[in-house]
Design a protein around this ligand. Sequence first.
Ligand SMILES: C[S@@+](CC[C@H](N)C(=O)[O-])C[C@H]1O[C@@H](n2cnc3c(N)ncnc32)[C@H](O)[C@@H]1O
Length: 196
Amino acid sequence: MMGNQVFHCIAVLAGLRPAATQLSVPETDLLRELSSMSETVTEIGVFEGLTSRRMMEKMPESGALYCIDPFIPGRLGIAYGYWITWSQTRRARRPDIKLHVIRKFSYDSVMDVQQEMDLIFIDADHSYKSVKRDWDEWSPKVKVGGRLALHDSQPMPGRCPETSGPVRLVRELGPTPSGFELQETRDTITVYRRVS
Ligand SMILES: C[S@@+](CC[C@H](N)C(=O)[O-])C[C@H]1O[C@@H](n2cnc3c(N)ncnc32)[C@H](O)[C@@H]1O
């Protein structure tokens, strides 16, 4: 397993295999569409940075991207996800985008992001308690007219169980949580738009 991780990391850094992600193609396409109209973007739960890269590629000129993940090191003390994310964001070839990689848990980094966001994508700890806390602490940072997207929040056989914390959260939020309205769903992603 450890050898596999090392091999995977080297192969991705060398450009011999793609970084890993759990997002489907329609989900990635949705985030790219939203990013194309978002100067300020935050991804909470980055993993290997493939989605960060895909969003960065589409962002308007001179935007800012915040990538938040503790990137917990593996058994050799190496944070493979951090280094793969580093390589992915460089492959986006967007030196005009101000990149902030924050190696912290979401709940410890709320104060590190002072800008208002056009787009926040939450895909971190999927327990109900954590995703509810992420919604409570991060949704106020979304600009009026901006969007907040939650991964694994629509049940889908074989991909997203009914018991997923974000599914429960979205059921509780309903179509019009305070200040937001439901914009769309695609595969397991739910997108809310801030209206006030
Ligand atoms: C499902 S993966 C993210 C996948 C990524 N968004 C993508 O599209 O490929 C979940 C990530 O969340 C991170 N994570 C877990 N709890 C977190 C938290 N409270 N704040 C930020 N990141 C967290 C984990 O380290 C892991 O890399």
